[in-house]
Design a protein around this ligand. Structure first.
Ligand code: ZN
Length: 390
């Protein structure tokens, strides 16, 4: 999950305009100048107007003319294993009728065993092989250079995952990262898949860890189990093994890929429920981006909307604390669920394209609930929380 700071989807994306902060749109404008209209400077969502053609709701993950019903019928024809793969994060779908299978691709493509279905899936490791092979090579080289054991492990495992299409170990290495240089790279968020919310898009965030701020926020991660136990919902839906989410605060120096118009201030990963269930999640907060958003967006709005006597309570620490709470609350509440027919599923799979919005709304409201709860229960958090709850 990424969080753009409570729907402030406008404003500047970077502290030094146009230099290090490349977005997907930046890259596309640079790569395809003839297909786009010129937009100078950083204009946030205005970048969308640079593209004359509307993007299909399924991005390029599915054939543009495929609908949910066709996918469902095809999926029903698959074995249980293949069904899981079809709703997983790391493959795209094509049509037999529109695709001439060359020899190399047909080896890797998973073709439906049922006749009469036109769809088949191709893993990212085949579909994006040229790009991923180069990226894996560079990641291995970077891994050889670093002296940090956890960063070394992360870079080598990500490189392996790019080629094998199995990201599980690389995500564990990401969660265990304990390095001054903080790296997040790979296919993660599913916002671009507006049909199902199944398919992940590649992104990269590179930052330098802020050790002081990281120590401060550890307090919140340590209370996740208490928060889960006290959630205002039926006990049957609560987990008794919420793992304290490690929170890393970084100063962002570079990002690329699926980082989009609304510049994220924090993200909570991985989204793969197998890892969430086994190991929990980890959070990265982008402090310099939060500060810039606070100063350039929130403060000017507050100066207009908040009455004068209360304006002194609008401060960066409160804003940042609420973001921490919002992020923590992505990690609690039901993720894996049992359907009325006894089958195990996940909230994301069942809510499909509604999941992203509802998950963000959940994190916002549960974040406020958590602040109020902590004021009453955890004395050493009172000062931080009271300041935030003002
Ligand atoms: Zn969020």
């Amino acid at each position: 999950m990424i969080c753009c700071g409570h729907n402030f989807s406008f404003g500047r994306s970077c502290l030094d305009e146009n230099v290090a902060f490349l977005t997907t749109a930046d890259s596309a404008v640079k790569l395809l100048p003839e297909a786009t209209k010129p937009i100078t400077g950083w204009k946030g969502l205005e970048y969308r107007t640079a593209f004359p053609m509307l993007k299909p709701p399924g991005a390029n993950f599915y054939p543009p003319d495929m609908d949910k019903m066709e996918f469902q019928l095809w999926k029903d024809s698959l074995t249980e294993d293949k069904k899981q793969e079809a709703t997983g994060f790391f493959n795209v779908f094509k049509r037999h009728s529109e695709f001439i299978l060359d020899a190399s691709l047909s080896e890797n493509a998973t073709v439906s065993s049922s006749h009469g279905h036109d769809l088949f899936m191709v893993p990212y490791s085949s579909e994006y092989k040229t790009f991923l092979a180069k990226a894996a090579d560079l990641l291995h080289k970077a891994g050889d250079l670093t002296s940090s054991p956890s960063l070394k492990r992360l870079l080598h495992r990500k490189a392996d995952a790019f080629l094998s299409n199995d990201y599980y170990d690389s995500d564990l290495a990401w969660m265990e990262l304990d390095s001054k240089l903080d790296v997040t790279i790979g296919p993660y968020e599913t916002y671009e898949d507006a049909i199902f919310g199944y398919k992940a898009t590649f992104e990269a965030f590179i930052g330098v860890r802020d050790d002081k701020a990281t120590a401060q926020v550890k307090l919140f991660g340590d209370h996740l189990q208490v928060l889960e136990q006290n959630l205002p919902l039926d006990n049957v839906y609560k987990s008794d093994h919420v793992i304290a989410a490690p929170i890393r605060v970084i100063q962002l120096v570079y990002n690329a890929g699926d980082v989009k118009g609304p510049q994220t201030v924090a993200f909570n990963l991985p989204n793969d429920e197998r890892i969430v269930k086994d190991r929990g999640t980890a959070m990265v907060m982008l402090k310099n981006v939060s500060e810039a958003k606070f100063k350039l967006i929130l403060q000017p709005i507050a100066d207009v909307c908040i009455m004068k006597e209360q304006r002194e309570f609008v401060d960066f620490d409160s804003f940042f604390t609420h973001t921490i709470c919002h992020e923590c609350c992505h990690g609690i509440g039901p993720h894996t669920i049992t359907l009325p027919n006894g089958q195990t599923s996940t909230v994301r799979l069942e809510l499909q394209e509604l999941h992203s919005s509802l998950e963000e709304a959940k994190a916002d409201i549960v974040g406020l609930w958590a602040l109020k709860f902590l004021i009453g229960k955890v004395s050493h958090l009172i000062n931080i929380v009271v300041c935030c709850y003002n």
